[in-house]
Design a protein around this ligand. Sequence first.
Ligand code: MN
Length: 719
Amino acid sequence: MTKKNVNLKFEDLINKVGKYITNKEDLDLIEKAYHYAYDKHYGQKRLTGDDYIIHPLNVAYILAEIGADATTIEAALLHDVLEDCGDYSSEVKELFGMKVYELIEGLTKINKLNFSGENETMIANHRKILVGLSEDVRVIIIKLADRLHNMRTLWVHTEEKQKKIAKETLDILTPIAHRLGINQIKSELEDLSLRYLKPDIYFSIVETLNQTKIERDNAVIEMQNKVSELLNEHNIKHEIKGRAKSIYSIYKKLDKGRKFNDIYDLLALRIFVDTENLCYQALGIIHSKFKPIPKRFKDFIAMPKTNMYQSLHTTVFGIDGQLFEIQIRTYEMDKVAERGIASHWSYKEGGKSSMQDDMEQKLQFFRSIIELKNEEETEEQFVTSVKEEVLKNTIYVFTPKGDVVELPNKSTPIDFAYRVHSEVGNKMVGAIVNNNIVPLDYELHDNDIIKINTNKNSIGPSREWINMAKTTQAKNKIKNFFNKVDKEGYLKEGQEALHKELRKRKIPISEFFTNDNINKILKELKYNSIDDVYIKIGSNSLPVNQVINIINNTNDTKEEIILKKVQNPNIKVNNTKNDVEIVGIDDIKTNMASCCKPVPGDRIVGYITKGYGITIHRMVCPNVADLEDRIIEAKWTYNGVKKYPTAILVKAIKDKNLLMDIVAKTSSDDIQIQSIKAINGTDNTYEVVVLVENKEKLVKFMNSLENIKSVVSVEREIL
Ligand code: MN
């Protein structure tokens, strides 16, 4: 086995390929690829001592054996040209086209990282293989063929390297080959891996098989003749082949504690017929003559395996009471059984291969990989999850309709429910396995039939389920549910908090949430949507004022520009001590009340505060009305120099020029404006804070404002 195909010639390849590729252009390109690779590798040797070209030629031949398309064969011939022979990228693109180049590139990317031995590199490498599946599965199929030829010549390496490569093959490549259904390559890879990983066991199995070979061959031939005779009697056209059990599959059974003599499918037949219907007919005829073991009958035609495998399996008592495993299938089913996904190399319009399509549609493992890839996980978690949950130790269970679902060992009904659909999981209230109600942490077994009870009013999963679930998929979906629930709550709270603060600051909500403002906020905070902003506010990770200040500190609207020009924040309002006399008290500190903002000329009173001296209010101010015992008489000692701030409210009907008009009046009346702002979410009422020397000037200004056409009323503001 180890020196197999050393003498392979290009003629062998072209003969093989010529059986299914007839297009002359394609055949010419394959020949061109061979000569190109031959030239580039000329003078290079494999470690085995062979000319290097032997390797790509063998890889191409392995692929021709599973009917690979011309593009794939060309890429296989050229696959080590980029990697080993310098940079011929543009030349390869030009000569063989983009598709061939992409396949080689994909493979080179995977191979580059091989075997450095570092854990991280291995993980990155495995991840590339897994993700490579989603780009073009042909890259992985070439990789499998490449590995197969390297395994066939593995004897050339040190024992340490042999074991490392064999282990990686079993760890990741054979499980993928299995999931892709490419049994032909998988089976040989497994046997070769075992041969290097556990040579003692491997050779002892080979020995035992050899010792019993003649005996078994005779039994098989005898049984084969009987079955054939029987089918002929019923006019069923068929072929029968004896079937050699792979060494690796025997090893697996011995490893599970079985004795060699108890492995009863060592005697095995495979029957080929033309149609699905004939499969069942043949089965019935065989069962009528040879008693079947009921538990061993499997109908993979009605219920294909998750890698698309179809066949009828039965084990019967044959001649001398010996057990025979019989598989019955059509030729088409056999092609799929041996080549899996690689049985459809045709292309659809638009250039997508039906193979890629098949994989996405039909192979559950692929969907699981894609889902795991979409979760935000580290590379290591991703690779571990895929290896543990997708590629290894799986069980097959059924929906009540008979659909097969593949799950990792020790999965629970929770995993099953979330595998079927997120909503089934989220609305699950109970599970029935094989007609028994089971707890949700029940461990599922092969062939269980599972019915999930749902209730559309269910409020959702329980957090405990995260620990009860086995698959990352289910765990993540449950976590997502809770994140979403939390998110919705935060979103609502955040929105309310922001609106409340806007109201408090008297900023109209509609004015705040213009598209420009929203974009400004998102850009500043680096969020994708305003919902994210609400969620951050609601979860207390973003202060609401920070959001509002983005807009309020940088407002460049027309109104703001006007106001900036007329406002003068530098005006200081001096202590009023010298302007007000408190009757009966000399030299006491007084402050002007901020609620009614008196100006000289207003009738005023003093109000004795606790600790802040005396505050001066207007007499009409309702804030002092009921506090007679603390009120004290006050008078203006007016000197006509200082200016006092006071607020007036201007109500108007809607008028876009109102602000301009107000500003115009201030200049004609020689009034300084300290601030103007719109109030109550409308643009019809303004609070105008002005600085004036006395009431006379103020009243004049207020009259001027009343003369503005749209103004309805003007009054002093008292807060
Ligand atoms: Mn190679």
